[in-house]
Design a protein around this ligand. Structure first.
Ligand code: SAM
Length: 340
């Protein structure tokens, strides 16, 4: 590569002049000998410019420079150059962090680079364990297969969300950190003294966030025994103002045996919550609020389902939100409805 050989004492003003003309190549280190300094160049300067600097053509030399080791600033930066450039577009920069666990999505095209990507995630997120999504979220308990890529194979972690500490096993239960804002929106609507049913409670992020802030009574139900075990743990490890009663089982069965009329019901099972609308309506007080979730392309369909299930009761839609994207054009939507 080409460089300019300049007498040591002249270096400063020549370096500045080269910089001014964008001729100095910053990717390479300046090299020094006893009497000379070698400045790496982007391109050959013309004779007129060399003359102005008091140099001649012979001062342009072909020599080796050492590359600057730039500290990568992001995972993408770090992987650039380590994975083939044509595959770089496949690399998805988004990932979930749950406590000390990172969960990545790596397409099949990057199978050979998965451990490298896992190590990069470990290095840049400074978490303890990295897993790759191996399936979609599936089944009644809404979990997915995970493949361990880097760090410890430790799926049990404590996730912090608005001062709530949620302990969970990422392999055995459903949990999405992307619902944090939604949980805050719901929590902000709750008043002291309310009775609430969290129909699909999981490890309890809605229930815990609410009971930490309000003197309420929450019936938290989940069909997954692992989720209920962590929910019980989370009830004891958080300082709660309210009370949470955890129950394991199919919520349709559990509610049959509970003679309850409540102020608020949370229905966060967006794939099939509509099947449980009639039973939710049955347990909601006149004037009570329903937080209904559904995967949908629009708001009309979930609103229609709530209204149909509530008949002949009156439904007032209080709010509707796109919580997060599920697939192109399909959203996890939230409907807040007052049932009178
Ligand atoms: N609300 C929690 C959260 O925000 O993390 C968990 C939501 S997750 C999408 C749905 C939960 O519903 C899962 O934990 C699953 O085990 C539970 N579930 C599914 N069918 C159920 C049923 N029939 N009765 C009770 N729980 C059920």
């Amino acid at each position: 590569m080409i460089g300019l050989k300049v007498p040591k004492k002249e270096t400063n003003h020549i370096r500045l002049s080269l910089q001014e003309k964008s001729l100095l190549n910053h990717d390479w280190r300046i090299k020094r000998s006893e009497d000379y300094v070698y400045l790496p160049l982007n391109q050959r300067p013309d004779d007129k410019f060399l003359k102005e600097l008091g140099l001649i053509r012979a001062d342009i030399v072909d020599t080796d420079f050492e590359e600057h080791k730039k500290r990568p600033r992001s995972m993408e930066d770090y992987l650039n150059g380590r994975i083939p450039p044509e595959k770089m577009d496949e690399f998805k920069k988004s990932f979930d962090i749950i406590g000390d666990v990172v969960i990545l999505e790596i397409p099949d095209e990057l199978e050979d680079e998965k451990y490298l990507i896992g190590e990069a995630a470990l290095k840049f997120t400074k978490r303890k364990s990295v897993y790759r999504k191996k399936s979609k979220i599936k089944g009644i308990v809404r979990t997915r297969e995970l493949e361990h890529l880097a760090g410890e194979d430790q799926p049990v972690t404590i996730h912090k969300e608005y001062d709530s500490h949620i302990t969970l096993d990422v392999k055995k239960v459903y949990f999405s950190p992307r619902l944090a804002t939604e949980r805050k929106i719901v929590t902000d609507q709750v008043h002291d003294g309310e009775i609430i049913i969290d129909m699909f409670a999981g490890v309890g992020p809605f229930s815990i966030n609410i009971a930490r802030r309000r003197k309420v009574q929450i019936y938290a139900v989940d069909i997954n025994p692992h989720a209920v075990n962590y929910l019980e743990k989370n009830i004891t490890s958080n300082k709660l103002k309210g009370q949470i009663k955890p129950t394991q089982g199919d919520v349709a069965e559990v509610l049959k045996n509970l003679n309850l009329e409540v102020d608020r019901i949370i229905m966060n099972l967006p794939g099939t919550a509509y099947e449980f609308l009639p039973i939710a309506i049955k347990h909601i007080k006149p004037g009570g609020t329903l937080h209904y979730y559904q995967f949908s392309r629009d708001f009309e369909d979930p609103i229609k389902r709530v209204k149909q299930a509530a008949q002949p009761r009156h439904v007032k839609i209080l709010d509707k939100r796109k919580v997060k994207s599920r697939s192109p054009g399909v959203w996890h939507v939230a409907i807040d409805a007052k049932i009178t």
